[in-house]
Design a protein around this ligand. Structure first.
Ligand code: GDP
Length: 297
């Protein structure tokens, strides 16, 4: 599970802080130095770590905290609150239109990030919430992608719209949109093609889809286990095509947690969901406060 070693390290720092009655400025500085090291080792973005420890230090070194009844505890609370701030204060809901209207959600990301898996999990959740989702297979390049989507769609009981792999993704998007309208679906998920790395043709294809039908939400899927690479991918996608939110997959296998703590600060877009496993039920909404509590252990 994510954050194991970060949690261990922070707990050590905090144990020391708690064991002291009064705190001196040097005590706080020394503790924050260790927090900084722990965050860097967790692969949190360097700029984010710097700003984070600066803010915590400004808030912690003051008469109120240091002369308070329980200074160690207060410093821990400041760290907790700043972690929450870093990840986005509150949870960000997927902005869905009312049920009588169609919301189009485009899933984007690199190959292997978990896009096809995630889009199916999300469609399953929508169905459970009483929506009528439709999955559209736009990944015409990766061998087996369409079949994989079909299998997942069957698992979650959601219809999959496909036109094979000889039709242009933008044309499939248009036909899927019309199909959704005519069958009364109210959430259309577009499973677009990923590449091994970000390239021009991928960006052009995404733009072409958006020029063909009105996409309401662009969700980027990134692999937590790639750490700062995931953060770079998020920043680049946001700059080049624009995204509304992020799904961070494979959090179950990520012991460091650097991507979760850096993405929002670096690309300005919230993490909306986290993938916690390969099963269709392994997708959770992202709650910054719960995540901060989990990190602090
Ligand atoms: P795509 O190329 O982006 O469509 O990626 P896939 O959806 O095919 O996923 C790539 C691999 O990652 C598959 O083996 C998935 O089962 C796996 N995967 C996706 N999400 C998660 C997750 O949250 N946790 C774990 N452990 N594996 C995941």
């Amino acid at each position: 599970m994510a954050f194991e070693s970060l949690t261990d390290k922070l707990q050590n720092v905090f144990k020391n802080l708690r064991s002291k009655g009064k705190l001196t400025e040097d005590d706080v500085k020394a503790a924050l130095k260790e927090v900084k090291m722990a965050l860097l080792e967790a692969d949190v973005n360097f700029k984010v770590v710097k700003q984070f420890t600066k803010t915590v230090q400004e808030k912690a070194i003051g008469q109120d905290v240091m002369n308070g009844l329980n200074p160690g505890q207060m410093v821990i609370k400041i760290v907790h609150d700043e972690l929450v701030n870093l990840m986005g204060e509150s949870t960000t809901e997927l902005p869905l239109k009312p049920s009588n209207d169609l919301t189009v959600i485009m899933m984007i990301g690199l190959q292997g990030s978990g896009k096809t898996t995630t889009v199916s999990k999300l469609a399953g959740q929508m169905k459970q919430k009483g929506r009528k989702p439709l999955l559209a297979a736009l990944d015409v390049y990766r061998p087996g992608a369409i079949e994989q989507l079909q299998i997942n769609g069957d698992k979650v009981g959601v219809e999959v719209f496909s036109m094979g792999n000889q039709v242009k993704p933008a044309d499939i998007a248009r036909a899927a949109y019309d199909h959704a309208k005519s069958t009364g679906a109210n959430v259309l998920f577009l499973d677009t093609a990923g590449r091994l790395q970000i390239d021009e043709s991928m960006m052009e294809e995404l733009v072409a889809i958006r020029e063909t039908i009105k996409v309401d939400v662009s969700l980027l899927v990134v692999d937590a286990m790639t750490g700062q690479e995931a953060v770079n991918v998020a920043r680049t996608f946001n700059e080049k095509v624009g995204i509304d939110g992020v799904v961070l997959t494979k959090m179950d296998g990520d012991t460091r947690g650097g991507a979760a703590l850096s993405i929002r600060a670096i690309c300005g877009k919230p993490i909306m969901y986290v993938g916690m496993g390969e099963k269709m039920s392994d997708l959770e909404q992202f709650y910054p406060d719960r995540m901060a509590s989990r990190i602090l252990g």
